[in-house]
Design a protein around this ligand. Sequence first.
Ligand code: FAD
Length: 378
Amino acid sequence: MEVLDSLVIGAGQAGLSASYHLRRRGLTHVVLDADAAPGGAWQHRWDSLTMHDVHGIAELPDADPPTDRAGRANVAVPAYFAAYEREHGLPVLRPVRVDAVTAGEDGLLVTRAGERTWTSRTLVNATGTWSQPFVPRYPGMDTFLGEQLHTHDYPGPEHFRGRRVVVVGGGASAVQFLGELAPVTDTLWVTRREPVWRTDDFTPEAGRAAVALVEDRVRRGLPPASVVSVTGLALRPQEREAERRGAYRRHPMFVAVEPDGVRMADGSFERADAILWATGFRPAVTHLAPLRLRSAAGGIALDGTTAVADRRVQLVGYGPSASTIGANRAGRAAARGVARWLSEDAPDPPGGQTAATSRSSPSRSGRSAGSTSSPVRT
Ligand code: FAD
């Protein structure tokens, strides 16, 4: 049985960054990715999201930024990731959807995907949020006769032309959807809380302070808030027409859904042909449940990128690192955390061998970093 130094789950920005840094440190690993093709969540984003619309894609480690500055994000970013994987020879296996990670014998971790298993000393989880769209429950939702969609399935503005759309949610996606929809149809924006607009004095320091707030939540084991929920919202030039049409006049959240629309808290009724739930995503971590990482506060407490409940496990792209730049940095921190565990923290295995001699440190084993030599167990 080959025991890998680490196993990375997910090949988005966070997983690729982690793999790059693990390899630089000469640590054996594979990257298991559920998608059939490179690109992480970016390959699934809607066609109308262009590179011009995104808030900036940070370059992967030791690479130039994406060169396509205008094309579709769901084409440009996957092409960028694919080239990166190829050029760096990263050991990505796909499509492999991990079902569960369990604590095996001798302090090892066992990762299972269908009939296959891998054994590793540490784990870097980089599974993002895209597979866990979140839709809150409201009374009467099931009686609605129109269409209900989540950001995950947003088909672009033309789909809604001429139909009245209620856009739910106070994040960047809702702002963008309203910018696209208001010129082609009638919209109503509802949010639970008054949206926080970014002011002109939003500096990099203010951005860092905002990210620190999310970091603090995660350190305390609370469910992570999205970074934008603390950085605030901003309108871009392409959203000015929607603004002129009044699309960003926010209404308080409705209290119930009815067959033809939504009932507002003041008793008034708003007709709707479609409800677009831009209500975010949750971390895709159900496969980690057997490791019991969750704190009583409902989230996974992290010390940097290291899970407090099990220091063999690193979480990247989680909470404060859920942005492309954050994911990059987290990948490096995770590789450092893995190396630290392998060299210092791992308890001695039973049977008299010291942890140091039993470990497959590449300098001892001579294996090349990211070796894919039969790590797959069937
Ligand atoms: P992902 O890109 O989601 O990759 C996760 C990978 O894990 C996927 O390939 C998936 O197949 C795989 N996976 C999931 N579950 C499993 C499993 N069980 N087994 C195996 N593999 C699994 N950030 C910015 O910096 N700039 C922006 O402009 C920006 N725009 C955004 C727009 C939207 C609509 C959203 C939702 C986010 C945006 N972000 C942006 C945030 C940013 O996209 C992510 O934080 C960033 O890409 C981090 O990616 P990731 O690697 O954590 O996850």
